[in-house]
Design a protein around this ligand. Sequence first.
Ligand code: ZN
Length: 101
Amino acid sequence: MHLYFGLSIALIAAIFVAVDANKRGMNAIGWAIGTFLLCIIFLPLYLIIRKPVIARPAVYPPPPGTYPPPPQQPGARLCPNCGKYHEGDARFCPFCGAPQP
Ligand SMILES: [Zn+2]
């Protein structure tokens, strides 16, 4: 009974680590296998060295004063409304629809 109980705990820990590592862009399979086989070592290790959750791209325009990112391609223009770069001669921003100067 103790063996099965331990296996269940290791499996739950491995699934937790796999899901969590996937969110953080880490090696989910590797961490899950490591946690399952050596739960007592890999689980604390994972919690120590795991990366922060990958930030989602901002939905709202950046706050005033935010330094604009470098152009993604030559000829790109910066939209004064949303702060994104788009193709040269567009009259309206393809991201937010604001008229361009
Ligand atoms: Zn825009």
